[in-house]
Write a protein that binds this ligand. Structure first.
Ligand code: SAM
Length: 193
């Protein structure tokens, strides 16, 4: 678990597994790996987000905590004229995003570490299955770092058991009104404005 959430360079040996993501008319063959979140599968929460969030916007889009890239690549496939910024601290995850984008012929994805995003880039939307298990302090700091750079709405998927409702309340207290867009299979999709 720690490798998937906190590692910059996972210690586990590489052991790639591919699978096909098919949601909303988009089909992508994606390679995943050990040491990266949700190896060999689409996370249940991520599926709920992609199935229940609204249409992606045009412009620069942010996938905060991209893992091997299911959200970023799905957005990029639907919005070829948009640039999708796929951010993670895990180098193995970022390499997977780049190779998955190349395999899918998506040229509008920028996979990088958070510090590599130019300071003047602003985002039309943020989409994220955030690293909840990293702990409240880390999560809060992360959201307060990126939300001020989002001009439109942000869509976060969070398990009900892992505190989606208290996160929504905290976001509102920080000045980001947050509503529950949908609730499925124990996950909430939060819309932050
Ligand atoms: C719940 S996983 C979601 C991964 C992917 N989006 C998916 O849906 O399969 C959260 C991701 O956040 C990344 N992460 C942890 N801390 C981060 C940080 N400070 N900045 C960006 N990403 C971070 C983790 O490495 C992990 O890949």
């Amino acid at each position: 678990m720690a490798d998937q959430y906190f590692s910059e360079q996972p210690g586990s040996a590489s052991d790639p597994v591919a699978f096909r993501l098919e949601i909303g008319g988009v089909a992508l063959d994606l390679t995943t790996d050990a040491g990266v979140f949700a190896r060999g599968r689409l996370d249940k929460g991520t599926r709920v987000l992609l199935q229940h969030a609204p249409e992606p916007a045009d412009g620069d889009l942010l996938d905060l905590g991209c893992g091997y890239g299911p959200i970023a690549l799905w957005l990029a496939a639907q919005r070829p004229a948009s640039t999708v910024w796929a951010l993670d601290v895990n180098d193995r995850a970022l390499d997977l995003v780049r190779s998955n984008a190349t395999a899918a012929r998506l040229t509008n994805v920028r996979a990088c570490r958070p510090d590599e995003v130019p300071g003047d880039v602003r985002f039309a939307q943020m989409w994220s299955n955030p690293p909840i298990r990293a702990g409240k302090a880390v999560l809060h700091e992360l959201l307060l770092r990126w939300l001020p750079r989002v001009d439109g709405a942000s869509y976060l998927v969070v398990s009900k058991n892992l505190g989606s409702d208290s996160l929504a309340r905290w976001l509102a207290e920080q000045g980001y009104p947050t509503s529950r867009l949908s609730s499925h299979a124990g996950f909430r999709v939060l819309e932050v404005s």
